[in-house]
Design a protein around this ligand. Structure first.
Ligand SMILES: NC(=O)c1ccc[n+]([C@@H]2O[C@H](COP(=O)([O-])OP(=O)(O)OC[C@H]3O[C@@H](n4cnc5c(N)ncnc54)[C@H](OP(=O)(O)O)[C@@H]3O)[C@@H](O)[C@H]2O)c1
Length: 235
């Protein structure tokens, strides 16, 4: 897929991988709509992309808020045109320090699922119909190794990412005219990693920029990857 001129919507784009991927897609000529809850941080990322010559728009919203999703999809299409690239990157860990399942409140599990699974489902449901009519579209679900390996204290997050991977496969099975991927980005030095593992040595972790470059390349090469695939970004 030629990225130049494509409308892209990236959630969780105010920092970490989402911000890096928005910048990378904009550098390749995509018109990017950035979503996160914190308006100021999001606007400064969009302003930085514009200062580099990119076409970027900040849309402050919560992907877990079911009343917000139609507004996100509509506002994004209004500023960047038809959405042909949708990246579900925003994610919640649940309360930190991370808790064992026996200590996890049902409400906390629900909130993680609303952000990591139900929000992406709602947004794809709104946007994929237009993508299908338009005849092209790629949807990326940012997953984790916690989707396939069970780590103590990562239960709520891991369950949400495992379900997200299966949502990805299910969309791919039902909409063969579009491309769906889930991507495990590997460990990166980001705010989320620091919140989850405050004692880890962050100096040994890669920043999100390199991972963002690889994901942007994957989106550009999407015709060559089987739809529904789970892709592990090589470290
Ligand atoms: N970092 C790692 O080592 C690692 C490893 C494996 C997988 N991942 C995955 O990679 C993705 C990016 O992670 P990251 O480390 O870059 O995270 P990050 O630096 O913590 O950034 C998370 C982004 O998501 C936004 N966000 C969170 N909840 C949101 C909501 N309800 N609605 C809208 N935006 C929301 C945050 O902004 P606001 O708080 O302002 O909304 C922020 O922009 C996630 O899907 C994560 O699960 C990360």
């Amino acid at each position: 897929m030629e990225l130049k001129g494509r409308g892209a919507l990236i959630t969780g784009a105010s920092k970490g991988l989402g911000a890096a991927l928005a910048a990378e897609l904009a550098r390749a000529g995509a018109r990017v709509a950035l979503v996160a809850r914190g308006a100021d941080e999001l606007e400064s990322v969009a302003a930085r992309i514009r200062a580099e010559g990119g076409d970027a728009h900040a849309l402050a919203a919560d992907v877990a808020d079911k009343r917000a999703v139609h507004g996100i999809a509509g506002a994004a299409a209004a500023v960047v045109g038809p959405i042909e690239i949708l990246v579900h990157n925003a994610s919640a860990l649940g309360p930190t320090p991370l808790r064992l399942l026996l200590d996890t409140e049902c409400e906390d599990l629900s909130r993680v699922l609303e952000t990591n699974l139900v929000g992406p489902f709602r947004l794809t449901r709104i946007i994929a119909g237009a993508m299908a009519l338009h005849g092209s579209g790629v949807v990326v679900h940012v997953s984790s190794d916690a989707a396939v390996a069970a780590y103590p204290r990562w239960g709520a997050y891991g369950v949400s990412k495992a379900a997200l991977d299966h949502l990805n496969r299910s969309w791919a099975a039902e909409l063969p005219q579009l491309r769906f991927f889930s991507v495990d980005p590997g460990e990166m030095d980001t705010a989320m990693h620091a919140a989850a593992m405050p004692d880890a040595d962050h100096t040994r972790l890669p920043g999100p920029q390199d991972v963002a470059r690889r994901i942007a390349r994957m989106i550009a090469d999407c015709e060559r990857i089987e739809s529904g695939a789970r892709v592990v970004v090589p470290t």
